[in-house]
Design a protein around this ligand. Structure first.
Ligand code: ZN
Length: 300
């Protein structure tokens, strides 16, 4: 074959194949993820230092502070400003945690670790994703961000302690393999309250829950993982309902009520938590049923 003819054939093949090779990316960041809001106290030593929808939490202790979620690559500056507005210092952050290894919760980690020297603690099954800068994520391997070294690998039920703060890491997989729901106790209204920070309960577009011929599940066991996650979430005692996004727990509406005089009591929402878990379980089960009904699907 002549060189010209060979190149022409290669080009034609590429033109035919390229539309089939879609980028495996979540897509652009939502506007609400980068809009600053005034930081606020939720209870006792627990503060919100995130953006309008991307949640970051600061737990303040006499031995230093814990930060949950570094968020986007661009978020550390917003988080630093929020911490300073509350009268605290970013340099006091000794431990960095995340809700799960997606770029909207962990892409800022490298920069935050550089700024603080904090120890990075991540649930076992999310560690390869964090340390590969997103490349090993089952759904979005094209969402690259700076890889970060994990200092402590967490396992389901592990405690993270600093000063008088104790956080428990509950493995709630499905959305990512190492998705983590954090619980702790904090005083609000003069009483000790159970706090739940939901890692995620969402079946995103494109997640494959069942095996079909030629199209395996997003990862082996993903449907069973989601089922286990809902069992865990239903078992957790919850007074103060929080999550990885403000939208999980209706944060903006509650914030309006807090400013209107309801104050810290607005975050106590046992019923809202139960309803939200049940709604997301129903959504998962409906999606599982829909995928199972597609010809060629086998049970998870
Ligand atoms: Zn996510």
């Amino acid at each position: 074959m002549s060189s010209l003819l060979h190149k022409t054939c290669v080009c034609i093949v590429l033109l035919l194949v390229m539309p089939l090779c879609r980028a495996q990316s979540y897509g652009p960041a939502h506007a609400d993820w980068t809009i600053p809001i005034a930081p606020f106290r939720i209870a006792d030593n627990l503060y919100y230092v995130g953006s309008k929808d991307l949640a970051s939490y600061l737990i303040v202790t006499a031995k230093g502070d814990i930060l949950i979620n570094s968020s986007l690559v661009s978020s550390p500056q917003l988080i630093r400003n929020s911490i300073q507005q509350l009268g605290f210092r970013l340099s006091d952050v000794k431990i960095l945690l995340i809700s799960h290894a997606h770029f909207d919760h962990d892409a800022g980690s490298t920069e935050l670790l550089r700024l603080t020297g904090a120890k990075y603690m991540v649930m076992d099954a999310d560690v390869p994703v964090v340390e590969s800068g997103g490349a090993k994520d089952f759904a979005y391997p094209d969402d690259h961000y700076p890889p970060a070294k994990v200092d402590r690998i967490l396992h389901d039920g592990d405690q993270v302690r600093l000063g008088d703060a104790v956080l428990i890491a509950h493995k709630t997989p499905g959305h990512t393999r190492g998705c983590t729901t954090w619980t702790m106790r904090a005083v609000s209204g003069g009483k000790l309250r159970d706090v739940v920070i939901v890692g995620s309960w969402n079946v995103n577009n494109g997640f494959r829950l069942v095996d079909r011929s030629g199209h395996p599940a997003s990862y082996p066991g993903i449907a069973a993982d989601f089922q286990q996650t809902f069992a865990v979430l239903k078992s957790l005692p919850c007074d103060i309902f929080l999550g990885a996004h403000g939208s999980y727990f209706n944060m903006l509406a509650k914030l309006d009520r807090a400013k209107a005089g309801a104050e810290d009591a607005v975050w106590i929402d046992r019923n809202g938590y139960r309803i939200a878990v049940a709604e997301h379980q129903r959504a998962f089960e409906a999606e599982l049923k829909r995928q199972q009904s597609v010809t060629g699907a086998s049970a998870p």
